[in-house]
Ligand binder design. Structure first.
Ligand SMILES: Cc1ncc(COP(=O)(O)O)c(C=O)c1O
Length: 423
């Protein structure tokens, strides 16, 4: 791409002009590079996208308006846009063996909004996992569009095992008769039984939506069962385990294709972000490669080892472990809030997020837990040995004295570890 070749495109004009045009933003970018390189990025919804993805996203497609769909646009000059969007569609369909794909959703939330618009009328009943139990805002939280536009109800995890209780869910769905049942979560460390949820939908006459935002990369790499045989519509982000640019996509069976496409455009969005769609196409191509399969397996293996090491150190993990890329630590036993632990861990060089536990008495700004994820550190090349090391650092930070000198020492060790795995 022009701006990466670092050559003048016009005599006397640099093609890497940010430092000259806006040194302030250039400085911020440098600070972010430093932050990403020398701390452990363990937010479960984040990852390091490849240079190829970044290059496509930073490309000249930023300039183009292409309202509509390939070969049916409202503007002229869409030849290259058609090609790039069709490539993205074909690649993501092949990746998940889906009948239809829409790659225009600007984000996971927009993908969900469009999926609801395709399947529901305002006021219809929807049933999604409770936000407090690991569900997402867009699955019916009362302050979100999903809770305002629809009659939203939520299902909870089992109070003791913290697993989805499929029998209780079936009973709830039989009584409620929702128009839509939503599977998928932001903070659930176990495999979801899509077949069981499909049969609940069949029995109660609900549509079945699966939001795979978190686990999309695991499914693509064969490290998690696919919901494609069971779901009516699937929504996702592209930037989590899938390691693409920030964005969303929707998969569905052919019978919903027209409704889904119309819900995205003109229903919810205007012009597609062609530069992001180009980057999505690159990410889908990367996810087809054998190396991505190995990556997805390594995520699961790393998360398991990290969970086992934390358990052996006496930490309380929700569901006692993990099947996927994330781990939830219940900190009540440690006498520390999620907010304090997350702040301390960042000072120790480990970036995570505070996270509520089911029926958390402390509320979402404080919380009683933290969520850890391994997708980014696995992209860096860290393996089982590093997971043991990281569990040790987490233990030292959470159970240490919290003083600046101690946290600085740990953060220096973390820095050394990160230096061994350059981005
Ligand atoms: C399950 C789930 N769905 C949807 C989203 C929303 O994605 P976005 O932040 O791109 O709107 C998220 C993001 O965290 C998520 O975890």
């Amino acid at each position: 791409m022009l701006q990466l070749q670092n050559k003048p495109y016009k005599e006397g004009v640099s093609v890497n002009p940010l430092a000259q045009v806006d040194p302030e933003i250039q400085e911020v970018l440098k600070a972010e590079i430093e932050r990403e390189r020398f701390r452990l990025q363990m937010i479960a919804s984040e990852n390091f996208s490849s240079p190829a993805v970044l290059e496509a996203q930073g490309s000249i497609f930023t300039n183009k308006y292409a309202e509509g769909y390939p070969n049916a646009r409202y503007y002229q000059g869409c030849g290259p846009s058609d090609r790039v969007e069709q490539l993205a569609i074909d690649r993501v369909k092949a990746l998940y063996q889906a009948e239809h794909a829409n790659v225009q959703a600007h984000s996971g939330s927009t993908a969900n909004l469009a999926a609801y618009m395709a399947l529901l009328q305002p006021g219809d009943k929807v049933l999604g996992m409770d936000l407090a139990d690991g569900g997402h805002l867009t699955h019916g939280a009362k302050f979100n569009f999903s809770g305002k536009l629809y009659e939203a109800h939520s299902y909870k995890v089992h109070p003791v095992t913290h697993l989805i209780d499929y029998e209780a869910l079936a009973k709830q769905a039989r009584e409620l008769k929702p128009r839509l049942l939503i599977a998928g979560a932001s903070a659930y460390p176990r495999i979801i039984d899509f077949a069981a949820m499909r049969s609940i939908c069949d029995e109660t006459g609900a549509y079945f939506l699966v939001d795979i935002a978190h686990i999309a990369g695991l499914i693509a790499g064969g490290a998690h069962p696919s919901p494609v045989p069971y779901a009516d519509v699937i929504t996702s982000t592209t930037h989590k385990t899938l390691r693409g640019p920030r964005g969303g996509f929707i998969l569905c069976r052919n019978e919903f294709a027209k409704k889904v496409d119309a819900a995205i455009f003109p229903g919810v969005q205007g012009g597609p972000l062609m530069h992001v769609i180009a980057a999505k196409a690159v990410a889908f191509h990367e996810a087809h490669q054998p190396a991505f399969k190995a990556y997805a397996q390594q995520i699961v293996s790393n998360a398991k080892v990290l969970a086992e090491e934390l358990l052996s150190r006496g930490f309380n993990l929700l569901t006692n472990g993990t099947d996927n890329h994330l781990i939830l630590i219940d900190l009540r036993k440690e006498n520390m809030t999620g907010a304090d632990a997350a702040r301390r861990l960042e000072e120790g060089g480990i970036v995570v997020n505070k996270n509520g536990i089911p029926d958390d008495p402390l509320g979402p700004r404080i919380t009683s837990g933290i969520r850890l994820g391994v997708p980014a550190i696995t992209s860096q090349g860290m393996r089982e040995a590093e997971m043991h090391q990281i569990a040790g650092y987490i233990d030292q930070v959470v159970r240490g004295n919290g003083e600046a000198a101690e946290l600085e020492k740990i953060s220096n060790s973390v820095r050394e570890l990160c230096e061994r795995f350059p981005l």
